[in-house]
Design a protein around this ligand. Sequence first.
Ligand code: AHG
Ligand code: MN
Ligand code: MN
Length: 329
Amino acid sequence: MPPTVEPSDNLTSLQSHILGEEARHPNATGEFSWIASAISLAGKAIGHKVRHARLQDVLGRAGASNVQGEEQQKLDVIANTILMRILGTRASIAVIASEEDEQPTILRRGSEGGKYCVLFDPLDGSSNLDVGVGVGTIFSILRNDPLIPDAEKTVCQRGLRQVAAGYILYGSSTIFVITTGNGVDMFVLDHSVGSFLLVDRGLKIPKSGKTYSVNEANSSTFPDGYRKYLEWAHASGYSTRYIGSMVADVHRTLLTGGVFMYPPTKKNPDGKLRLLYEANPMAMIVEQAGGLAYSGDHRTLDVEPAKLHQRVPVLLGSPDEVERVRSFL
Ligand code: AHG
Ligand code: MN
Ligand code: MN
């Protein structure tokens, strides 16, 4: 019996989808799809490393700490290297900035064709790696401003100016979620063909959801309003889900509704999550899916960045749920 192609067979790959999107942008030059395909290649390589970490003894500490003062995991460094090497070969990238590197890396100037800046958290939730829990990669793509000589200033652009943003979740399946400003599309890695295949177009976050996601161990040092919200939620039949990997917590919130937050704490008075490569890309994804994202009183995408590794409070998710939390703040 020769193999058949069923109508239900999913044959829309990330590459063909992005090229289709490019065709819709009259002034697109195909460079952007090169970057998306570079990130997808890096995602496959990092996913493979994550899934074989224990076998290849690359779990555990790298024996160094990064600019965040956080203990680097070996896989943080490996994932960072994979992304730097693969993105470094793409001719349209001017600047690369990573959670793991103190300064951005300048690949080429605007005059040499550097059109985009790519920022990323190469491995998010790395403290969960050794225990087999979902981790991810988060990316944000900005236009390069050739008139700004300073690399850090070039990447310190408000989240509203992102050209594209997304993440890869190395969970029970490897999921690639991306937005280029026209809605959110979701792909799942089909290992049999080695491609990310389209499974959801124009994904929309549920308007509400009785789930909140926060590290409640810090609640005694949250600003009052968050504590009052938690008291209300406890009395209103909400359930709590907290994985401790932002990519996994945000992905669940995107699909099932609810609210994710990392409020200011005593240890991190500005919140723990970084604006440029965690809060902004996730805020773009959530807003494009019909949700809301705030950092303190400001819409996250409006926050004017001052430093590459700047931290902000994060409150994002279903519009009804975010507004409910804000009503207590
Ligand atoms: P990273 O592993 O890139 O440093 O990010 C970890 C972040 C984020 O993934 C998660 O939401 C948060 O840390 C969890 O922090 P707590 O353990 O303090 O709750
Ligand atoms: Mn992270
Ligand atoms: Mn990280």
